[in-house]
Design a protein around this ligand. Sequence first.
Ligand code: KG4
Ligand code: ZN
Length: 357
Amino acid sequence: MAAPRQRLCLGIETSCDETAAAVVTSGGAVRSSIVASQANLHAQYGGVVPELAARQHVQAVLPTVDRALAAAGVTWSDLDLIAVTRGPGLPAALLVGVAAAKAVAFAAGLPLVGVNHLAGHVYAHALEAEPQAGSPDRLPRPAVALVVSGSHTDLCHLPAEGGLQLLGTTVDDAAGEAFDKVARLLGLGYPGGPALDRLAQTGDPGAVPLPRALGPLTGPRRRDPRLVGGPYAFSFSGLKTAVAVRLEAAPDTPPADLAASFQAAAVEVLVAKTLAAAAHLRVRTVLVAGGVAANSALRSAMTAACIQSGLTVCFPPLCYCTDNAAMIAVAGWMAHARGQVDGWDLDADPNLPLELP
Ligand code: KG4
Ligand code: ZN
């Protein structure tokens, strides 16, 4: 007997500076994942220029979709679902993806689901993964999830029964934002995070003493004035300022040492708070997601700390840490499985908070 046909979702992602499209089965197998990066366009300005990003998405979105369909070896009539990032992200950039998704869903007669970009980062863990026994959404549960991107630093609890509870977030810069800003101070250009990661590999992480905004990891809230919001809140702006002050006071500090010292401080805080949350909630699994999950020091420090504490740690493959549409497609399947179908009035929401469907 022939195996049942795999259902296919086309995912579309345009929330920031990557135009991405992917075809993913309802089981989370990636048939194609195309990312058309705008990094070269924005590099000359040292960061993402929202207006330019939106214009570039307009030009790139349909050709990127065509490439994703071709790479998967499918046509419109093979698809079952269209999923698109509806937020959070740059308003005009999001609107391009949402408008394109509506147009192709309408033309092809397919259901449409709007997806939370941050949920997409978490669901990157459901791509190419074995189904999780008893899990409502293919994620290993119960777990603590750390979502670290260019605009978010969210520590969450994923209870066994489903859903998500936010434990803490950043009170100032996001983790990726801090990497990008320090990279800019060091003259590393854009995108800064990966460049800083590479430079840090040649530096001494103990060379420059820098502050760690750890605060009390347990106990009463608001004891540390830097950490309004409780033990799982993050703050990176003091660390970034300390790098700037050091550079001004000692401009001959080797950039590799400064990069490695900054990275060590940022990673130490991310690891310490994640492990404290896992211990507090008595969960044995840690998921790390978002662009900063590609950081080599975070991957090795979190892995070592989790092994030492007897925890299981999961990182998506590198290509699914940074923005991509495969994660949006698999998140689309999760939303669809819960009955979500959006209408033609689907709108972008640049400030959507992290929630799982
Ligand atoms: O998730 P993402 O691709 O886009 C957003 O949703 O923001 O994350 C991008 C962020 C940028 O700040 C980028 O510098 C950072 O992730 N990033 C890294 C690395 N790769 C990407 N930061 C540190 N080390 C890396 N290897
Ligand atoms: Zn992202």
